[in-house]
Design a protein. Sequence first.
Length: 154
Amino acid sequence: MLPDLPDLLAIEAACFPTDQMTARQFRHAITKAKGACLVALRKGAVVGYGQLSTHARTPIGRLTSLAVLSDHRRFGVARALLTALEDAATALGCDRLRLEVRRDNTAALALYLRNGYTQFGRYDDYYEDGMTALRLERRLPPHQAELAIVPAGV
């Protein structure tokens, strides 16, 4: 996934005017952190990413970032990334996923609320520019073994 680093940094710069992740933070998330960093591809190009972190001492995962390039929004990319991150969190033993979202990011807030997240708190003056963060959470369905359906006698 390190070959994707330039694309991740470009998406970060295009989507977040402040509070951008650095190359070092991405490298750590990809190579050392417990969790997942997933990319969305359209026609072979990286058009979005999502990152989640987990900790051994808690069943609560944290969605740390989700971003999609503006030209690729409204095609279900963010929803697909969110679903994949939820699945990854469940597979890693999480029963809930939490995140912070800018209070003024109405599109992201709508995505999360539509997908079962509820607000449980807020952090005033959370972002570099002083914006408030809303804290959201969603209970995840229990992890189930993959079901395989094959012809009889196989």
